[in-house]
Design a protein around this ligand. Structure first.
Ligand code: FES
Length: 188
């Protein structure tokens, strides 16, 4: 039969061992908690787009200084964008082409906004292999059809930036855009 001292010693040892187990359990739960937070934070960060991404989502362009016959190159989502103010003659040339002649049939009206057919806004990315065509800068080669010319493999685009000659399969892409006012366009 155990003495009183032996019984007390056994009780103290049992109590210690219980506390050790509690500590291990608490520690495990705490680490699980930290782990959950550590995993949750990147997920939350991924779900809310950064300021950079939001800024890239749309681009505002002041078009007030672009005279008829001029164009500018801007960028949207890291891609070049051409904004051209067509002259009445360029508009007339684009309208004179019958859609049956076109590789990628689209009218000027399909590629511009109603009442704003002089504003031709396209990506400045050749649809062949992605070069940036010439034709924005003063005196640049605008190709056989007076629009844009891609010297990489010789694609010619007309005054509505439609492919007319060369290997590019489709017209220069018209991105989504809206006139925020008469002088500001928001692309994207
Ligand atoms: S990339 Fe423009 S013609 Fe080839």
């Amino acid at each position: 039969m155990a003495t009183l001292e032996e019984t007390n010693a056994a009780l103290v040892e049992a109590d210690h061992s219980l506390r050790r187990r509690d500590f291990i359990n608490i520690a495990a739960v705490s680490f699980a908690g930290v782990g959950a937070v550590a995993v949750a934070l990147p997920l939350v960060n991924q779900m809310s787009p950064s300021a950079d991404v939001l800024a890239l989502a749309s681009t505002e362009v002041d078009i007030s200084k672009i005279a008829p016959g001029q164009a500018i190159k801007t960028s949207w989502r890291k891609q070049p964008v051409f904004v051209r103010n067509l002259t009445p003659k360029e508009i007339q040339d684009a309208k004179a082409v019958s859609l049956g002649e076109l590789r990628d049939p689209q009218s000027l009206a399909d590629r511009t906004k109603p009442g704003k057919e002089n504003w031709l806004i396209t990506l400045g990315v050749c649809t062949h292999l992605g070069c940036v065509p010439l034709g924005v800068g003063d005196g640049e080669n605008r190709g056989d059809y007076g629009g844009y010319f891609c010297p990489c493999h010789g694609s010619h685009y007309d005054t509505a930036a439609r492919i007319r000659k060369g290997p590019a399969p489709t017209n220069l892409v018209v991105p989504e855009y809206n006139f925020t006012s008469d002088t500001v366009v928001t692309i994207g």
